[in-house]
Design a protein around this ligand. Sequence first.
Ligand code: AHG
Ligand code: MN
Ligand code: MN
Length: 334
Amino acid sequence: MEDRQFDEGTTLDRFLIETMRQYPGATGTFVNLIQSIALAGKMISARVNRAGLAGLLGETGEVNIQGEFVQKLDRYANETFMRSLEHRGHTCMVVSEEEAEPMKVGGKWHSGRYVVTVDPLDGSSNIDVNATIGTIFGVFRRKSEEGTPAETRDVLRPGSELLGAGYLIYGSGTMLVVAAEFGVHGFTLDPSVGEFFLSHPNIRMPSPGRIYSINDVYWDDFGQGVRDFLTAVREPKRKMSSRYIGSLVADFHRNMLKGGVFLYPATGKSPEGKLRLMYEAFPLAFIAEMAGGGATDGKRRILDIVPESLHDRVPLVIGSKDLVDEATALMKND
Ligand code: AHG
Ligand code: MN
Ligand code: MN
């Protein structure tokens, strides 16, 4: 992409349209898709901000495909995302954390070009305490022909085939971060005008990183390599900091801006870890690599993994290149 300057008042729409013009042959369908995602993000953000007043905290009483209790906001975010992807004809299929099967989108679902994977609400355990939560998404271009029904091969494929990915965070401000061939760019929602404005152009992940993020309650159950890495980064002379929110997307975002590594490794009890490959690890790994960082499961590059099923879990080490490389080197025999 030609290196161009976007000034302070650049909206998401202007950024997308001007960027698209630099790709001969672009039809605007990807732009449409990101606009639909941004709309869903604004709606979810508005609901998150009022959740404590609108009776939207707590559980629905249902259990999802992961065996986890569904929160009211999980359900709202999932439905909002689906509704906003349904109508514009850009999407043929959605794989969601909250749906056991892939959702075929809309009446004309088979005509859409893109497959979207989504964790509609990441960090559910933080909902009730007003801590940062978010939405994570990935976009594949379908392999099967447009105009025919979407197939399994359109979704069960390595993350290296992603066309784009991104996330929203609902924190002290609402942000949308989008990554594609054009790089990684962050937009902040101005709630008074209801628009996302470019606030973080060309994000690069600082390296060396100075933060490590892990839930170390599983220490005794981690492999020796993970423990060796933690011992190494805790050396006082390294002057590292430990930060852990418990929302993957918020921990990742902080580490991407400040430089650091997030780990959710395998444990003896959960050899596949906790996080999900298709809609948590893949999109964030794509963004990390685009921003100059890395992502592995301790042995393999995340984006090289081929999912066996929609809701596969995977151990995750993600963030600044130096720290991911250091952890991965120590974890290779775990
Ligand atoms: P989700 O809310 O989509 O189910 O994801 C929760 C995940 C992730 O956001 C976070 O990093 C991790 O769970 C936290 O797990 P621990 O409570 O075990 O630390
Ligand atoms: Mn999640
Ligand atoms: Mn979720």
